[in-house]
Design a protein around this ligand. Structure first.
Ligand SMILES: [Zn+2]
Length: 121
């Protein structure tokens, strides 16, 4: 069972008590009515969705009912840390994001590179 630490209750509780609430640290535009359709689409619908560490909002819906932020690794599904809403992003040291190497992205749609073949630099 996945346990999530609520930073307000200060204890780990089962995942079933929580609800995911989207990407964290999104800045709401000051004047939405003046935005172009493309800018509004980017703000409202487009999310980063990286492979690796993500900053997310969660809500302890069956506990204190408060929103908080979490850093979760999308590869391992492990929570790195949780922190109260309004607090800055935690300093996690060196970034652990696992983005595909440039050479791998360039090969998309061109088949898999042969095993043991040196990657171009
Ligand atoms: Zn709580």
């Amino acid at each position: 069972m996945l346990l999530i630490r609520c930073p307000y209750c200060e204890e780990e509780r089962p995942e079933l008590e929580f609800r995911h609430a989207g990407e964290a640290h999104l800045v709401r535009p000051s004047n939405i009515t003046a935005m172009s359709d493309e800018d509004f689409e980017g703000y409202f619908f487009i999310r980063s969705n990286p492979k690796g560490l993500v900053y997310e909002r969660w809500r302890h819906i069956h506990g204190c009912a408060r929103f908080f932020n979490a850093v979760r690794d999308t590869v391992t599904d492990k929570f790195v840390t949780t922190y109260k809403a309004g607090e800055p992003k935690p300093d996690l040291g060196k970034p652990k994001a696992r983005l595909p190497r440039k050479s791998a992205r360039e090969n998309v749609g061109k088949g898999k590179p042969a095993k043991g073949r040196a990657e171009p630099r």
